[in-house]
Structures are given as structure tokens and as C-alpha cells.
Design a protein. Structure first.
Length: 76
């Protein structure tokens, strides 16, 4: 889930409430806060090098780690 909005619009309260609800129901709920303004678009999303190799970005790395964490949780 991605929450986007202006300051004071309730983004933090929304994700914290949903995370607490999931945890109270015994579900895994990994969270990660990313400030997209702190990196370039290529660093944020990932990019291809001139040699045609993929360079992972912040979001693709976080999403990969979260999917691995969920798979580990399901296998326990």
C-alpha cells in the first residue's frame, strides 16, 4: 500500500491503525517509510545500466525484502 497526500492529511494515522489491526489479528505487517524526495527517480525506482543490467532502486529493494518476509512468515 502506498499513502500519498499533503502534510496533516492522516497518512501516518492511517497506516499505523491498519498495521495495529493486522498485528492484533495475528497477521504479519512489515512497514517501511520512504521519503521519495531524498533520492533521484532512478535511485527510487531502479534503472537499467548502459550494459543492460538492472540496478535495484529503493522501492524495488524494499518490496523484494517485504515479499520475502511475508513468504517466510507463511512457511512458519
Amino acid at each position: 500500500m502506498f499513502l500519498i497526500g499533503p502534510p496533516g492529511s492522516g497518512k501516518s494515522a492511517t497506516w499505523k491503525t491498519l498495521a495495529k489491526l493486522n498485528k492484533n489479528n495475528g497477521e504479519e505487517c512489515p512497514t517501511q517509510i520512504i521519503n521519495p524526495k531524498s533520492v533521484s527517480p532512478n535511485e527510487l525506482f531502479g534503472s537499467m545500466t548502459k550494459q543492460g543490467e538492472w540496478c535495484w532502486g529503493v522501492m524495488s529493494t524494499v518490496m523484494d525484502h517485504m515479499s520475502q518476509a511475508i513468504e517466510e512468515y507463511k512457511s512458519d
